[in-house]
Design a protein around this ligand. Sequence first.
Ligand code: HEC
Ligand code: HEC
Length: 408
Amino acid sequence: MAKNFFKRRITRVAILLLACFVLIQFFRPPLGNPPVTGDLQAPPEVKSILQRACYDCHSNETKLAWFDKPAPAIWLVTTHVKEGRELLNFSHWDSLSVDQQKGKLFESLNQIVFKEMPLSQYTTFHGDARVSDGDIRILRKYLASLAPPKLADSAAVQSADEQYAKWIAATGAGPDVKPEPNGFAYLSDFSSWQAISSTERWDNGTMRVIMGNPAAVKAIREGRTNPWPDGTAFAKVAWKALLRPSGEIMPGQFLQVEFMLKDKEKYATTGGWGWGRWKGDELKPYGKDASFVSECMHCHQPMHDRDLVFTMPVEVRDEKVITSRIDKSKGTMSTLYGNDIAVAAARKGIAYPAHSVLTLVTWRQKEDEHWYGANIPASIQSVETVKYGIDPEDRWKYMTGLRASVMP
Ligand code: HEC
Ligand code: HEC
């Protein structure tokens, strides 16, 4: 008697579920394949990896498997494909500039290396989309070939000289800098912060110095860097890298400054950080609308276990940064620091006055394990200090001859 009752109940539930399943099939978002206007151009062995692992979500050539098609699976698939295509679409490759294409490829490789892409929810069902170590080697080799070291041309040197001349001659408050569309305001005092590291970005031909505000420096000294405390701010300043015939790379034109400012509550929806980027001499806000922040966050996502911060600070000095250099022939990178008197003189391009102290710290370079395309400081090779008034010897001449990096 009781047995029959349960049997009937189970049958009824099963019929109900089946009816629901059939019914929801009528609610399917449209997911077509719009035309391919300009497909990715890359060697066949590179392209086939991306086609196999990425094209289902990042192109207009989405191929659904039979198990992707019934609802509710199709709902998830559609969301992924829509979002994926919006951010990166290999079918509209020619709508990007050559530099943007290169940037997207380096970002793609780094997302793969950190197992952010392809999405794991997807590879669970689409095993053939997994990217092997061999595939990664092929991609690395191809990407390295896209960014060979090149001597700076005279136009690049000239525009750096012109910008520098304008900068040291400038008086007054500088440009009136607008906030980003997300409301994040420019942090105008960053040039007085302390350097916490530097990077050579050979992927896009730039060099950068990463600076921390006093709250960041305090957190570093107290070892409270994961998570970073509220009030922490970083500035990353980027210059065009100029490779000189001597093998030394010097900062050329100032390109942009980017900030991250920590406030767990205020910025709860953007990973606890406020994000902003200002470009060029006029310090133009980067975002067209507030959605630019998702670009920042996606690329910083592989660092989710480190509070979204890439930089591992090197030893922080009390002095301020004047400029930086990379020596390709020696595999080193250096930062020139000065006391306040020296920094003020360097940024005005005038002779160093009495009591100036300069310190040049040189590190051996290593590959950044968190970003294929970057080199960062490894162990310290030397710390050289020169004080004004000492007989001019080689290093004094060298160090006082390094002109300051433009920092608005
Ligand atoms: C199942 C769909 C899917 C597949 C397959 C997939 N992606 Fe994505 N991808 C997404 C989604 C969704 C996002 C945005 C949300 C996120 O980051 O999780 C994204 C974001 C990205 C971004 C960030 C884009 C930006 O500018 O913000 C990159 C780069 C990327 N994917 C590269 C790849 C590469 C390379 C592959 C192949 C190895 C791949 N993806 C495979 C769905 C996918
Ligand atoms: C294409 C990937 C990518 C995108 C997009 C990106 N970043 Fe970063 N960011 C990096 C990498 C890599 C570093 C580490 C330093 C370096 O190598 O230049 C970094 C470092 C930083 C730092 C220094 C602190 C740290 O995490 O090391 C700040 C500040 C920063 N980014 C701000 C931003 C802002 C603001 C945006 C968006 C407007 C943004 N980033 C978008 C890759 C990216």
